[in-house]
Design a protein around this ligand. Structure first.
Ligand code: KG4
Ligand code: ZN
Length: 409
């Protein structure tokens, strides 16, 4: 009898795995954004992101304990909104997907726990997804209202050069298909987004650094300060950003007439202030808390530093991307991660694509650039049907799923 039941259960699971999994409710709590989304294939039906950036900005960076607490507070209402925006209920969902890693362990835990709970409650499969695979495929997500946009078929995309640039990662890879990746190079130290964040810290511009540094850079002269383009002549595809950050630190200390060494990384003239996305660049002494470095240097010098830094940071990445294009024949470049918000990076890659006859794909909507659950749903969907993705279907499999903060490709 038991044997018969086991055969029946196995058959049920096989049926479910081969069943078309298209409508996916996904969760991402890898860092400081609580996100849930409903996707149908590559179409995004909803993508709700509850950003904690303002809370963390007060501390100058992401505080893991605070992120966990906020994820726990927000996850249920974010899930409700994702379903409501999609006009669906739990019964309409084919499967759940969740970011398993990489990310902050205690933040990931919140999403994984919730996804397991839901999968068991509603008796649906659960698909664990690599957050970076989500970023890789974020440009393949079709935002709502954009359905008329031609869906570029996968045969026209692969092989692709993946350029994943975020606050935690800088990865160049060749994707021969979904789940078939060859990592070409990574950062040896700081990620590119992290270098923007650190330069913003040096200049007392607050957190996150990318948006404000690139905004200042628009008004600056790229050639004003000679900053190093790291690993230009190395034969590999790795990059490094910590030397560039130190060069900016020394430049700023020189400009302020300070000793280069001996004070750690922070400039801290006054207590500094927090810049938040959406705020104007401070123009007068009244707009700032104390004596931020950027105010002491003046807006033009700050803009010149930002422009020179941004140029060197982008060149570092482009050199290696061009080298990869020389070596590997690809049909497209897939750009993903928060740093793709940077207009100049997008433009420089589009230029390269044009000159090399390679299609450059970037996420099609603002909320697909940042950490979001829709990209996790799309990655899960693309993975289904390959043997590269795990579709957890039994109670035991689901219960055993654990977050993996150091998950690699
Ligand atoms: O992918 P993401 O939202 O989070 C993870 O790190 O996973 O990326 C956040 C990073 C931050 O380092 C932020 O400073 C950077 O993306 N960023 C930018 C810009 N907007 C955000 N970097 C450069 N230019 C930007 N406009
Ligand atoms: Zn990310």
């Amino acid at each position: 009898m038991l044997k018969l039941f086991c055969i029946f259960r196995k058959y049920q699971i096989m049926q479910r795995n081969t069943k078309v999994v298209k409508t996916i409710l996904s969760i991402d709590t890898s860092c400081d954004d609580t996100s849930a989304a409903v996707t149908y294939g590559r179409k995004v039906l909803s993508n709700v992101i509850s950003s904690q950036v303002e809370l963390h900005a007060e501390w100058g960076g992401v505080v893991p304990g605070l992120a966990k607490q906020e994820h726990e507070k927000r996850i249920d209402s974010v899930l409700d909104r994702a379903l409501k925006d999609a006009g669906l209920g739990y019964e309409d969902i084919d499967a759940f997907a969740v970011t398993q890693g990489p990310g902050l362990a205690i933040a990931l835990e919140v999403g994984v726990k919730k996804a397991k709970e839901l999968a068991l409650k509603y008796n649906k499969p659960l698909i664990p997804v690599n957050h970076m695979e989500g970023h890789l495929f974020s440009s393949l997500a079709i935002p709502e209202g954009d359905e008329e946009n031609k869906i570029i078929e996968l045969e026209e995309i692969f092989p692709a050069l993946g350029v994943l640039i975020s606050g935690g990662h800088t990865i160049l890879l060749v994707a021969n298909g979904v789940g078939e990746y060859k990592i070409l190079g990574e950062t040896l130290d700081d990620a590119i987004g992290e270098s923007f964040d650190k330069v913003a810290k040096i200049l007392d511009l607050g957190y996150p650094g990318g948006p404000i540094v690139s905004k200042f850079a628009e008004e600056g002269n790229t050639d004003k300060y000679a900053l190093p383009v790291s690993m230009k002549n190395s034969d590999d595809f790795n990059v490094s950003y910590s030397g560039l950050k130190t060069a900016v630190l020394y430049l700023v200390r020189d400009l302020l007439g300070q000793d280069r060494k001996g004070r750690g990384e922070s400039m801290k003239i006054g207590k500094g202030h927090s810049w938040k996305p959406g705020m104007e660049i401070p123009q007068s002494q009244d707009d700032i808390d104390d004596n931020p470095v950027s105010e002491v240097l003046g807006n033009q010098t700050t803009a010149d530093i930002c422009a020179s830094f941004q140029n060197a940071a982008i060149e570092t990445l482009l050199n290696k991307a061009k080298k990869a294009l020389n070596k590997f024949e690809v049909k497209s470049i897939l750009l993903g991660g928060g740093v793709v918000n940077n207009t100049l990076i997008r433009k420089r890659f589009k230029d390269i694509g044009k000159s090399r006859g390679v299609r450059v794909l970037t996420p099609q909507k603002g909320n697909l650039f940042m950490d979001n659950a829709a990209m996790i749903g799309v990655a899960a969907y693309l993975g289904v049907g390959t043997d590269k993705v795990a579709i957890l279907d039994t109670q035991e499999q689901i219960e055993q799923l654990d977050r993996d903060p150091g998950l690699c490709f």
